[in-house]
Design a protein around this ligand. Structure first.
Ligand SMILES: [Zn+2]
Ligand SMILES: [Zn+2]
Length: 172
């Protein structure tokens, strides 16, 4: 994906909609798989030697729920705001900022694949959940409590009591 621009054009804005396959973007993250195209929606304003880009990235990833271990689709939407400076004397002092990029002064485009890939990876949840109220798996029998109930939940096991019952049982 890239943003093309004409250095000599008058200042103005344009909207840019692009989409790319996860394969082409080389999207890859541990525990995630990507099957949906990655959509980028940007409004690009040219002001002098800068392109002010604002918009978002949308896609979806297949993740494993950290509670019930089910594979589910996690929608991903993240802001994509950055500035590209294509002037011959870019403001070097600003290049430390995450969202400020200096374009090749001889190019008439700016490649955003790396940026988009990074934004998608950063948007992945640290603790994936298939739903906010996922009940998870029963720690005793492993039943998926979203799908069915199991008897262990109902009797409210106190581990200390269980141990004592075991001891008494051995003696009788
Ligand atoms: Zn879950
Ligand atoms: Zn159970």
């Amino acid at each position: 994906m890239k943003i093309e621009f004409d250095k000599d054009s008058e200042d103005g804005s344009q909207t840019l909609k692009q989409e790319e396959s996860p394969e082409t973007l080389q999207l890859c993250a541990e525990g995630a798989s990507f099957g949906e195209p990655v959509k980028v929606d940007l409004s690009v304003s040219k002001i002098g030697n800068q392109l002010i880009c604002r918009g978002n990235v949308k896609t979806s990833a297949q993740l494993e729920c950290s509670r019930c271990l089910a594979i589910y689709d996690q929608p991903i939407i993240s802001n994509l705001d950055f500035v590209v400076d294509f002037g011959e004397n870019p403001q070097e002092f600003k290049s430390e900022e995450d969202n400020y990029f200096i374009a090749d002064p001889f190019a008439d485009f700016f490649e955003i694949d790396n940026l988009v890939r990074e934004i998608v990876i950063l948007a992945l949840p640290l603790k994936p959940l298939c739903s906010e109220d996922c009940k998870g798996l029963c720690p005793i029998c492993g039943t998926d409590l979203n799908k069915s109930q199991c008897s262990c939940v109902k009797k409210e096991v106190d581990p200390r009591w269980e141990k004592l019952k075991g001891l008494l049982g051995d003696k009788s």
